[in-house]
Design a protein around this ligand. Structure first.
Ligand code: 3HC
Length: 675
């Protein structure tokens, strides 16, 4: 038979164990082996029935995503035909779902006549997260087993369901808490002995009969907002609807055609790329996976402001005790009060239980004396961006904290090498740059200083995961990777506004590209005063560079953004969405005049190119300087830290799609105009 599928026997029942590590993905080889072994088993008089299961911790994580760009070799059967042969097989075939069965994995299980599932396993159709729809019958068979409502949720939402829920929904026939394989073999033998014809999922129509088309219309409306820019969710709804009003084979054909178009689309390519990109970030060439790491069992945060409080919540959420340090009891009380209010908001929205809130708050303590954090395994400094203050804090921490403690800075701009140099343990100093709001944003830029040891870096990379973050390793430079790129891109859009565009036109173009907000709206949210501060540092670094002047004028008007109800936009008190400001428009036109610029029209394409391709150019520069490990790390940073739309793959991937010649032309134009 074959190595990739092991054949064994339990009495008269054949057991096929898919053994294709790490995820038992449905590769061409697995598909070919299944296509051969199943008919052989059916023809074998000594085999009464079959059990299909997976080796290791997964049943099957779906089709092999690495093979999506390849053409199926001639000797590999169409997976649809394999499933059809299984459904029509005369002997019972039982899926023993030992771990996750996702995508093609669930489709394989649904092609079986029965499904037994181990407690702790999960099933799902996550294809939507890769930019396409199930392509091997998922949209046709899942509604037949689970009903239309659950199929819509699972296929359009993409999240898996637990074993218990799978049984409740009718996806699985039995939950097995003990020896899954033994029970599945027994089950197959019972069914074989019963003489009843094995039931084909594709012929089970009771849950899809008489469904009103209005159900689908309502669902389309429900998902419209969150599916902005995507086709796959609506195509999935179309296919599930087809399951209710077309014969199985026609439904399958429709699904297959749509799947092929979506799978080959740029958006799906981008999402596939992101799937691997976010797994690559954990791989650091000179720090092998088995590098020793320190156990982080407790933490301390210096500064109980918005950032410090948010970081403390990350630790508490992960079940780790954390001490917040501030200069006075009043400051501490205010900081911890904000944390409490933040949790209470989540509880009132029904997203956290009161018990969980109490447990988490119980893990957060406050102190004003560094002696109280002498035993912390990691200390993260999160005070405002002042080098002298930070140096003072690190000198103090170095004296007080135990020698093995890691000392990290949450700085978003300052030189962490310089900070580490004031300590006697520069090998244990690094940056951990959280993004605001720290308890929500998934990105963590871990800054590797010249002196940081491999153990320190491996520890903070592992810690990122523990905190539920995507940790990306970056080098020391002004703004690190994310903010350095943002600084350049925002400078370009500032220039565009001085030359003829308006902030709301720029924001609309960037929103239509897929970002949640454009740069001017983001600026209002983050604070124009904060931007003003970082610009001072940039001017110090690049004194000869031409700089846009408008942002300073807006700052001088005291319009700091949402916090002052006025920035680039006007805001009703407390509102998060602004309206275009006539005052700002007048200021812009006046400024263009002062600068001697003849205002001109900007197309949306020109705006997007200026913003996104300048990002890619800075990204290339960052790679050249060795401050990011790979282009895809930059894309992960931009997705998780700044909301670069996943279906665009990040600035570097986007630039690759646009093509080097076009990017070169666009960037050259920017260079000629803005330096
Ligand atoms: N194809 C190829 N490789 C896969 C894979 C897949 N479907 N699923 C996981 N892997 C690989 C990962 O890249 C990783 O490789 P690495 O060790 O070399 O980096 C390894 O398996 C382990 O994966 P994770 O690190 O992600 O392990 P976790 O335990 O954190 O997560 C998982 C496991 C939940 C299965 C997660 O890997 C996952 O979500 N996988 C993708 C599932 C998916 O999207 N399936 C649908 C595929 S498309 C399809 O089936 C089309 C069909 O309808 C025809």
């Amino acid at each position: 038979m074959s190595d990739i599928i092991e054949f064994t026997k339990e009495g008269a029942v054949g057991v096929l164990t898919i053994n294709n590590p790490p995820a038992n993905a449905l590769s061409f080889a697995v598909c070919k082996a299944l296509g051969q072994i199943i008919p052989d088993c059916m023809a074998d008089d000594d085999i009464a029935g079959l059990v299909i299961t997976g080796a290791g911790r997964m049943f099957m994580a779906g089709a092999d995503i690495r093979e999506f760009n390849l053409t199926r070799p001639d000797d590999v059967p169409d997976f649809h035909d394999v499933l059809r042969a299984m459904e029509e097989a005369p002997k019972p075939i039982v899926a023993a779902i030992n771990g996750v069965a996702l995508g093609g994995g669930l489709e394989l299980a649904m092609g079986c006549h029965y499904r037994l599932i181990a407690a702790g396993a999960q099933v799902g159709q996550p294809e939507i997260k890769l930019g396409f729809i199930p392509g091997a019958g998922g949209t046709q068979r899942l509604p037949r087993l689970a009903g239309v409502e659950a199929a819509l949720e699972m296929i359009v939402g993409g999240d898996p369901v637990s074993a218990e829920r799978a049984v409740e929904l009718g996806i699985a026939d039995e939950l097995v808490d003990g020896d899954l394989l033994a029970r599945a073999a027994e089950f197959a033998a019972e069914k074989a002995a019963s003489g009843e014809a094995p039931p084909a999922t594709g012929k089970r129509n009771e849950k899809i009969a008489g469904i009103d088309a209005a159900v689908f219309e309502a669902y389309r409306e429900k998902i419209a907002g969150r599916s902005r820019g995507l086709e796959a969710p609506f195509e999935a709804v179309k296919c599930i609807e087809a399951a209710t009003n077309l014969p199985l084979q026609e439904g399958l054909a429709l699904e297959r055609d749509i799947f092929a178009v979506l799978r080959d689309s740029d958006k799906a390519k981008a999402m596939r790329y992101m799937f691997f990109a976010e797994r690559e970030v954990a791989k650091i060439p000179d720090i092998p996976r088995d590098t020793e790491t320190k156990d982080i069992k407790s933490a301390a945060i210096i500064g109980s402001g918005t950032m410090g409080g948010g970081i403390a919540m990350c630790f508490a959420n992960a079940g780790l005790p954390v001490t917040l340090i501030d200069v006075s009891e009043e400051a501490l009380a205010a900081g911890i009060g904000k944390v409490r209010a933040n949790y209470a908001g989540t509880v009132s929205r029904g997203r956290l239980g009161q018990d969980a809130m109490d447990t988490r708050l119980g893990l957060i303590s406050g102190a004003t004396d560094y002696a109280d954090i002498a035993d912390a395994d990691i200390v993260i400094e999160a005070v405002f961006e002042d080098m002298e203050l930070k140096k003072k804090i690190f000198t103090e921490l170095d004296k007080t904290c135990k020698p093995s403690a890691i000392l990290a800075s949450n700085t978003s701009t300052l030189d962490v090498n310089e900070i580490g140099a004031v300590t006697g343990r520069p090998d244990k100093v690094c940056g951990t740059h959280f993004f605001s709001p720290a308890n929500v944003m998934k990105l963590l830029e871990n800054v590797r200083t010249d002196a940081a040891s491999k153990e320190t870096i491996a520890t903070v990379m592992k810690l990122s995961k523990t905190l539920g973050k995507v940790g990306v390793l970056v080098g020391v430079c002004n703004g690190f990777v994310g903010n350095r790129i943002l600084g350049v891109a925002a400078r370009i859009t500032d220039f565009m506004v001085e030359e003829g565009a308006l902030p709301w036109q720029v924001d609309q173009a960037i929103y239509d590209f897929g970002f949640a907000m454009g740069p001017f709206a983001v600026n209002d949210l983050a604070g124009i005063d904060i931007r003003h501060m970082t610009r001072a540092e940039q001017r110090r670094l690049w004194p000869d560079r031409r700089d846009p002047v408008l942002v300073d004028k807006v700052y001088e008007l005291g319009r700091y953004g949402q916090k002052t109800n006025a920035g680039w936009y006007d805001y009703e008190p407390g509102a998060r969405r602004g309206t275009p400001s006539q005052l700002i428009e007048d200021l812009i036109v006046e400024t263009s005049g002062e600068l001697g610029l003849q205002r001109r029209q900007f197309s949306d394409q020109e705006i997007v190119d200026g913003y996104v391709l300048s990002m890619a150019n800075t990204g290339a520069q960052i790679l050249e300087e060795g401050l990011a490990l790979r282009a895809s790390d930059i894309d992960v940073i931009w997705h998780y830290g700044y909301g670069f739309p996943r279906y665009r793959g990040g600035p570097m991937f986007h630039a690759d799609l646009v093509g080097l010649d076009k990017v070169y032309d666009a960037v050259s134009r920017l260079y000629d105009t803005y330096g």
